[in-house]
Ligand binder design. Structure first.
Ligand SMILES: NC(=O)c1ccc[n+]([C@@H]2O[C@H](COP(=O)([O-])OP(=O)(O)OC[C@H]3O[C@@H](n4cnc5c(N)ncnc54)[C@H](OP(=O)(O)O)[C@@H]3O)[C@@H](O)[C@H]2O)c1
Length: 279
């Protein structure tokens, strides 16, 4: 790959402006990396992006046009949609200029390469919805050909949260822990809020209180680089209400439910392979 001159105005294309694609777009704008008009968002049903267009995002249905002035091309479609998409843009991709970033679950670099050729830099990225507020945990994997593109891709995702480079074989595990993980923790917050509701708070205030408490717990681990049990030991007074609550939760399978869910989720991620039906 040749080093090319890029500046802060070089557009970024996001092909597949669904849940994740839109969250990435919003994160990029929030981070100041690009303005909305410097993003090129596509989906087949262009009318579904009316709100984004009204906010100033570049939107359209033509993927080839979207990548024409972009360097970074982020593909964020479903596994069954990726092969038709890659087929339709392959001849417009330039290995000297473009870097393809795929967030598509189950689409291996080898599979992507079969459709875009051996020379194009291809990086697999597994971010999560936290990217919208610059709190993503993004896992990146790439092959040797794409090595020179890593710094550029890393610099984008670094601005949108934390990044870690992993082996591609661990992508399914990363999908379960980090991408699906957002939903797991949201469900835990919902359950905590339901408990809060039952013991005396209005539902909406209970959710806010539970979410802020969860944020505080996560921040403690990240700031102190500590183990959860180290922090838990500081909350559990002898014969106190915290340890009584924790033990009741463990009796009901709290930890094993999370671990079991994670394992099932990772197994499913391995089974999600790109197909050619497009839907
Ligand atoms: N959601 C997450 O939190 C998350 C996290 C990490 C990874 N992922 C992965 O990221 C991918 C996207 O997930 P998602 O949840 O954002 O799915 P989604 O909401 O279904 O978004 C996919 C989008 O792709 C568009 N699309 C399909 N074919 C297209 C084409 N040929 N050209 C342009 N756009 C096209 C669809 O819109 P039209 O039907 O209008 O074309 C749709 O809006 C998946 O592979 C998923 O596994 C998701």
């Amino acid at each position: 790959m040749t080093e090319i001159e890029t500046d802060d105005a070089t557009p970024i294309a996001i092909l597949g402006a669904g849940n994740l694609g839109t969250a990435i777009a919003r994160g990029i704008v929030r981070s100041g990396l690009r303005t909305a008009s410097q993003l090129r968002l596509t989906r087949r049903h262009g009318e579904a992006m009316a709100e984004l267009a009204a906010e100033g995002y570049g939107t359209g249905t033509d993927n080839r046009e979207a990548i024409s002035d972009a360097r970074i091309v982020i593909v964020a479609v479903l596994p069954q949609q990726v092969i038709p998409l890659l087929g339709s843009i392959a001849s417009a991709l330039d290995a000297e200029r473009h870097i393809l970033v795929s967030t598509v679950t189950g689409a291996s670099i080898e599979t992507i390469r079969r459709h875009v050729g051996p020379a194009l830099p291809v990086v697999r990225a597994m971010p999560n919805l936290g990217i919208q507020t610059l709190n993503s945990m993004t896992c990146l994997a790439l092959d040797e050909v794409s090595e020179p593109a890593l710094a550029e891709v890393d610099s984008i995702f670094d601005a949108l949260g934390e990044t870690v480079r992993i082996e591609e074989e661990n992508m399914a595990a990363a999908t379960a822990l980090c991408a699906c993980g957002i939903a797991f923790f949201l469900r835990a917050i919902r359950a905590a809020a339901q408990g809060g509701n039952e013991i005396g708070f209005h539902a909406d205030e209970a959710i806010r209180m539970a979410a802020q408490t969860a944020k505080g717990a996560a921040e403690l681990l990240l700031a102190n680089r500590s183990h959860p049990e180290t922090e838990i030991d500081q909350v559990t007074s002898p014969n106190g209400c915290t340890i009584a609550g924790l033990n009741e939760m463990e009796n009901r399978g709290f930890s094993s439910a999370l671990i079991g869910g994670m394992v099932v989720s990772a197994r499913r991620a391995v089974q999600l392979l790109p197909t050619t039906n497009g839907e």
